[in-house]
Design a binder for this molecule. Structure first.
Ligand code: SF4
Length: 276
C-alpha cells in the first residue's frame, strides 16, 4: 500500500527521484477509477507562461514519450513522484484561488503527461472549476484518444505540444508515433476547444524549414488555435539527465540563435498563424 506524501511547492527544475518505489509502471497504469489518488512531481504558484493570467502549475508524474531534449526526465516515471490525494491538491489550490481569480488566471496541469493519470487529473481539474478557476492542460496529445468528452469538459484550454510535422523526426525526437497527436489536434479543432500549440525549437533536430512549414500549414486553418508558441530549447534540464544516469543526446546542442527564432516565427506568421 503506497504511503501518502505531501506535495511540495517548488520549481519544475527541482530534481525528484525515487520517492514512491512501489508505484506502478506508467505504461501499465489502468487509470479508470475515480482518481482519488495519484503521483505528482511538484507545483509552481506564480507562472505567467502556462496559460492566461497568473497560473498555479501542477506537474504530474508519468509520460510515455522520451523526448531527447526533455527538461524533466524525473517526471517520466510514477515512482519518482509523490503519492498524494486529489483532495490535498484541491485544498492547496483553494488557498491561491482568490489571487488566481483576481489575476484572470487558474490551474495548468503539466508533467509528465496529464493524460497518463486521467481520472486523477480530471478530478483535480473539476475541483479547480468548482473554485471558479480557468483550467488548462499541457499535453503531447499522444494519449488524446483516452480523453473522453467528460474529461475535455473539465479543460478550458489545451496547450498542445506538436513536436514535429514529420513522422520520422517525431519518432527520433520522442520515440513515439506522430499520428495520435495530429488526431487529437483535429478533434479539438472540430469541437472548437481553445488551444495554444507549442513547438520546441531544437537546433539540428526540429529546425528544418520543411518541418516548421508542415506544422504551420496544419495549424493555420484551425480556428480554435489562439496562439502558436515557439519555445527555444535550453539546457536547464541537463543536470537531471546526468543525476539520473541517462544518456543525454542533446548535451552539445546549443540554444537557437535569435535569428533562427525569428525565421521560425516568420514561417508560422506567413502561413497565417498567430505566433509568439
Ligand atoms: S512529452 Fe514532455 S515530459 Fe514527456 S518526454 Fe517529452 S518533453 Fe518530457
Amino acid at each position: 500500500m503506497a504511503q501518502l506524501g505531501n506535495i511540495e511547492a517548488g520549481s519544475r527544475h527541482d530534481l525528484h527521484v525515487g520517492i514512491s518505489p512501489d508505484a506502478p509502471d506508467e505504461a501499465d497504469l489502468r487509470d479508470d477509477g475515480e482518481g482519488a489518488f495519484g503521483y505528482a512531481h511538484s507545483y509552481e504558484t506564480s507562472s505567467r507562461y502556462d496559460g492566461p493570467g497568473l497560473r498555479v502549475v501542477l506537474f504530474v508524474s508519468g509520460c510515455l514519450l522520451r523526448c531527447s531534449y526533455c527538461h524533466n526526465p524525473d517526471t517520466w516515471h510514477l515512482k519518482d513522484g509523490t503519492y498524494v490525494s486529489a483532495q490535498q491538491v484541491i485544498d492547496r489550490l483553494a488557498m491561491f484561488a482568490p489571487a488566481l481569480r483576481a489575476l484572470d488566471g487558474g490551474l495548468t496541469i503539466s508533467g509528465g503527461e496529464p493524460m497518463v493519470q486521467l481520472a486523477f487529473t480530471r478530478r483535480i481539474l473539476a475541483g479547480a472549476q468548482q473554485l471558479g478557476l480557468h483550467t488548462a492542460i499541457e499535453t503531447s496529445g499522444f494519449l488524446g484518444d483516452r480523453a473522453d468528452d467528460r474529461y475535455l469538459s473539465c479543460v478550458d484550454l489545451v496547450l498542445l505540444d506538436i513536436k514535429s510535422s514529420d513522422p520520422e523526426t517525431y519518432r527520433v525526437a520522442t520515440g513515439r508515433e506522430l499520428a495520435p497527436t495530429l488526431r487529437f489536434a483535429e478533434r479539438l479543432a472540430a469541437m472548437g476547444k481553445p488551444a495554444w500549440v507549442r513547438f520546441t525549437l531544437v537546433p539540428g533536430l526540429t529546425d528544418d524549414p520543411s518541418n516548421i512549414e508542415g506544422i504551420a500549414r496544419f495549424v493555420a486553418p484551425m480556428k480554435n488555435v489562439e496562439w502558436v508558441e515557439v519555445q527555444p530549447f535550453h539546457q536547464l534540464g541537463a543536470f537531471k539527465w546526468k543525476a539520473m544516469g541517462l544518456e543525454y543526446k542533446e548535451a552539445d546542442t546549443t540554444a537557437p540563435t535569435p535569428e533562427l527564432v525569428k525565421r521560425v516565427l516568420e514561417q508560422f506568421r506567413s502561413a497565417g498563424c498567430r505566433a509568439r
